[in-house]
Design a protein around this ligand. Structure first.
Ligand SMILES: [Zn+2]
Length: 219
């Protein structure tokens, strides 16, 4: 009995410290076509279902879903505000929170954030105590980090991988860009808008094979 009685007075203190949990900056990363937007929309829905407001942001250059909308390939979508490279995200989030309490901020296409904008989000987390969940691609078709993703990988409090698979069944972490003729492209702009290219997600081994980087005679 003695240890239990000693522990008991500590309980209310511990609970009061937990009352206002510290907000965090999250990075949910994946390769293309893994269902990031679906995961984002579901998470936002879970908040709204419980009567909590969320604030959604997406990149202006991604207008596949239409201006100011996040849509997933399985057919669900939601209105969102847009950011471009000039947006001050700290100011956008501060302005939004003045209009009403926001339980969580969701950022889609986070690979298109500039490093400065990732720091603006980090300031909103730390100084406004606003949880921010970013969803984005880790690497481009050349196997190189997007600048926004590089900064998120560096400073996010928590990271989670949204998984998808290669045709071989292994986890896909890479993506190849194919031209209209189906040929694999090795060079080109990191961001290609409105082209006829298609993207195929693969594990690293099959990505290396696809881009022609595989040592002869090896598995
Ligand atoms: Zn594979």
């Amino acid at each position: 009995m003695q240890p239990l009685q000693q522990a008991f007075p500590l309980e209310p203190l511990a609970r009061s410290r937990q009352k206002q949990p510290m907000a965090k900056l999250y990075f949910h990363y994946s390769t293309m076509n893994a269902g990031k937007s679906t995961v984002l929309l579901q998470a936002s829905h879970n908040y709204r279902e419980r009567g909590m407001d969320t604030y959604l942001l997406t990149a202006r250059l991604d207008t596949r879903a239409g201006e100011g909308r996040i849509a997933s390939r399985i057919g669900i979508g939601c209105e969102a505000d847009m950011f471009d490279t000039d947006s001050d995200l700290f100011e956008m989030l501060r302005t939004r929170t003045r209009k009403g309490t926001v339980a969580c901020v969701f950022v889609d296409e986070a690979q298109f954030l500039t490093p400065d904008q990732v720091w603006q989000l980090a300031r909103a987390v730390d100084d406004l105590n606003l949880p921010v969940m970013c969803y984005g691609l880790r690497v481009d078709f050349r196997g190189e980090l997007f600048p926004g993703s590089a900064t998120l990988l560096a400073i996010a409090d928590e990271m989670r991988e949204v998984r998808t698979i290669c045709f071989c069944g292994k986890k896909a972490t890479m993506v190849v860009r194919q031209g209209p003729d189906g040929k694999v492209l090795r060079e080109g702009a990191q961001v290609q808008i409105g082209g006829n290219e298609t993207y195929v997600t693969m594990c690293r081994k099959h990505w290396r094979e696809a881009i022609g980087d595989r040592q002869p005679g090896r598995g």
